[in-house]
Design a protein around this ligand. Structure first.
Ligand code: PSV
Ligand code: MN
Ligand code: MN
Length: 388
């Protein structure tokens, strides 16, 4: 068993970043089921994120998506966040929802479209400057649907050029994370389909470019913890977009479909101390809550990450190393599984009490009346963008 103070310090230091778009009406491409009380603007999204943080103590930052979260005064938005006890996290760019991007954004064969897309990425860095955010998150829907549609190689050159220009614009203390996705919306090629492509581009760019792993963006059966271990070793893991999937990019609550996978991922993180804020790994949620109530779903997701991290912290690393060193396969596996099966919920509940919080954040939320208040006060909540 690991030392208790290391476990509690690890838990108290863990921050899970929630996504602004998850608080609004968002969901599948087929139908978005509107819910009462969803935020009408980015300020209200931050208010909801602050509620999640107050109850869990583990969600201190909220990611923005531009232009979904476009405001006139970003300094005011950042100050609003601060006043609510949270901070602005990653700025997510959006170069996929314009008619101009039919054939791609930074990889488009049309130089005018590429210029527009790159200008948007640069604008996102301006917003980082204005909000104090240190992270730019890039996801490109770029790709092709048909063999021969465009040159795979030329598209890589265009991507590299746009990334270089964006990287050069980063200020001190800022970084960019490049996300990959196996398929969708393009079905023949995606221009950043996998971690290897993202890694290669980041390597070429320099130390301030890192890979972000969206847990929903792989082929079924992919060993994600291997990717985590590899990227950590190469100092190229920037963070996660956590969510769960059964089939494709389902964007369900993290830890819901496969809590053991989340545990295995957090074990790789914790085993090298990368769960601490100093390690700079961003633990972000990228989810949509289409049929479940949004704020409780986000509370559940934050708690799932916290619980799996606590289990990983409980793992007896000395015993595991000894079993591994002596080639005792069964003992090593048992030590690993013992940690996974440990019920950490009572320990986390008392930690919350020690910190002056309700031991049960979900029950506290339901008792708080917040859901009823926002349903009454916010008429006509906005669409986040997905499925709009
Ligand atoms: C699209 O697949 C996606 O879900 C990516 O994961 C991005 O991170 C997210 O949208 C927001 O742009
Ligand atoms: Mn994502
Ligand atoms: Mn996705």
């Amino acid at each position: 068993m690991s030392d208790h103070s290391a476990i509690t310090a690890g838990i108290r230091g863990l921050g899970v970043e929630t996504a602004s778009w998850a608080y609004a009406n968002s969901g599948t491409r087929f139908k978005v089921f509107a819910q009462p009380g969803v935020p009408r603007d980015p300020f209200e999204k931050i208010d909801d994120a602050a509620v999640v943080h107050r109850l869990t103590g583990a969600a201190p930052t909220v990611a923005l998506h531009i232009p979904w979260d476009k405001v006139d005064d970003y300094d005011r938005l950042a100050k609003h966040a601060e006043a609510q006890g949270v901070r602005i996290g990653a700025i997510n760019s959006n170069v996929f929802q314009d008619d101009d991007y039919k054939l791609g954004s930074v990889c488009s064969p049309d130089p005018v479209v590429r210029r527009k897309a790159t200008d948007h990425l640069l604008e996102c860095i301006d917003i980082m400057d204005a909000t104090g955010s240190d992270t730019l998150k890039l996801w490109f829907a770029d790709g092709t649907n048909y063999p021969g549609q465009d040159s795979i190689r030329a598209r890589q050159d265009r991507l590299a050029e746009a990334l270089r220009e964006t990287y050069a614009r980063l200020g001190d203390g800022q970084r960019m994370l490049l996300e990959y996705k196996l398929f969708e919306p393009s079905f023949y090629t995606m221009d950043v389909p996998d971690w290897g492509t993202s890694y290669a581009h980041c390597l070429e760019l320099g130390p301030r470019a890192q890979v972000v792993i969206d847990t929903g963006h792989h082929a079924p059966g992919t060993n994600i913890e291997f990717i985590v271990a590899f990227l950590l070793r190469a100092h190229k893991l920037g963070g996660f977009d956590f969510n769960s999937r059964f089939y494709a990019d389902d964007d369900l609550m993290v830890g819901a479909a496969d809590p053991f996978q989340l545990f295995r991922i957090m074990h790789e993180i914790v085993s090298v101390g990368a769960h601490t804020p100093q390690a700079g790994i961003a633990f972000m949620l990228d989810q949509c809550h289409n049929i479940e109530a949004k704020i409780p779903a986000i509370i559940r997701s934050v708690l799932n990450v916290q619980e799996m991290t606590a289990k990983a912290l409980m793992l007896d690393n000395t015993a595991l190393a000894a079993a591994q060193g002596s080639g005792d396969v069964l003992a090593a596996n048992q030590i690993f599984m013992d940690a996974f099966y440990t019920d950490v919920r009572p320990m986390l509940a008392s930690l919350r009490e020690e910190d002056g919080r309700d031991p049960d954040p979900m029950a506290a939320y339901h008792r708080s009346g917040y859901a009823e208040t926002i349903a009454a006060e916010r008429a006509g909540g906005e669409q986040a963008g997905w499925g709009a």
